[in-house]
Design a protein around this ligand. Structure first.
Ligand code: ZN
Length: 345
């Protein structure tokens, strides 16, 4: 897991403002889907509020809350989203909105809120592309194995999927919240996480933290692969090698529990077991290269590299600094194994 650090790039405040602007422009009707049209998200919330107020229906209180706290619900950071969640959950309870049967012809409470906020139009239209381009996350933060880059051409387009960290079925009012939308790969979002419920207590939220200081990749050996052979001989033998996620010594118990939970949901050890050849190459590189050799390369080709870091990237085939781990698949694996093999990063 790699953190999406919004303090980088254009900065946190500018990102929040830009996302708010994206949402505040008028929506067009998504093809084949019923949604309110030609009104901004806030205007549609206002209309829904008036509608349920006239009906004296408890849902008016939820829309009133969203209307009064619109910007906050849309742009607040995860810990604050939990506060909104608690307040709205209390409104649900007070006005008996869970499983409310009174919203005839309008579906369930959750469906109504999703529709009012315009999630489908957002997801199926240009706004989701604008949002994803704004965040500029090239690799899935959950697995760090898949590219999720955007392409928009007349002949076809593709973008990252958007995972709702907090379930959009259970918390539809957070369906459009910046910090509840995690650009991620299809495998992690739909195949592995699916409808499993995540929380800040039990799971790692990629906008807040990652595996650093909690779990690291390490070379292990599959059972039975022991004997008198030297360790490096095992390293060359993919079959006896295992890639493990081990606890960092400084990790707290609760952090470790969260990290392990994420690792298990996203099947990371099983997926990374398919990258043994990559680790074998790093082992080979650890024999061929050392700090002196890498420095010599930088000196020998002063015009070829902008920095000593670029020489390391050429040698390891990846980024290894913590701040760069979201730039290329397998970067965290590369960093951890390089550290284990005492290669300079
Ligand atoms: Zn992924």
């Amino acid at each position: 897991m790699i953190r999406i650090d919004l303090t980088q790039g254009i900065g946190l405040k500018a990102t929040q403002d830009a996302y708010f602007d994206i949402l505040n422009t008028k929506l067009k009707k998504a093809r084949g889907r019923q949604e309110f049209t030609s009104a901004s998200t806030k205007e549609r919330i206002r209309r829904a509020y008036i509608h349920f107020k006239q009906k004296r229906h408890g849902l008016m209180y939820v829309y009133e809350y969203l209307l009064n706290n619109f910007r906050e619900v849309i742009t607040d950071e995860p810990q604050k989203l939990v506060k909104h969640m608690q307040k709205i959950t209390a409104l649900y309870k007070k006005h008996k909105l869970t499983n409310d049967k009174r919203i005839r012809n309008e579906g369930t409470v959750a469906r109504h809120i999703l529709k009012t906020l315009g999630y489908e139009s957002f997801s199926g239209g240009k706004k989701s592309y604008r949002f994803i381009n704004l965040l500029n996350v090239p690799v899935c933060p959950y697995c760090n194995r898949q590219w999720i880059t955007t392409v928009e051409a007349d002949s076809g387009k593709v973008r990252a999927t958007l995972d709702h960290f907090f379930s959009k079925e259970k918390y539809p009012y957070l369906s459009m919240s910046l910090f509840n939308l995690v650009p991620s790969c299809y495998s992690c979002n739909s195949s592995l996480k699916g409808r499993k419920e995540f929380s800040l207590v039990k799971n790692i939220h990629p906008y807040i933290e990652d595996f650093n200081g909690k779990l690291h990749f390490s070379i292990g050996f599959v059972k039975g692969a022991s004997g008198t052979k030297k360790v490096v001989e095992f390293y060359k033998d993919e079959k006896s090698l295992a890639i493990e996620l081990k606890a960092d010594a400084k990790s707290s118990k609760s952090d470790l529990k969260k990290a392990k939970k994420n690792s298990s949901i996203f099947q990371l050890e099983k997926l990374y077991a398919h990258n043994k050849d990559y680790v074998v190459e790093l082992v080979q590189k650890s024999v061929v290269y050392n700090a002196t050799y890498i420095n010599d390369l930088a000196k020998k080709y002063p015009k070829l590299f902008n920095s000593p870091g670029e020489v390391k990237r050429l040698v390891y085939g990846n980024y290894t600094l913590t701040s760069d781990l979201n730039k290329r698949p397998l970067a965290k694996l590369t960093r951890d194994i390089c550290l284990e093999l005492s290669l300079p990063i």
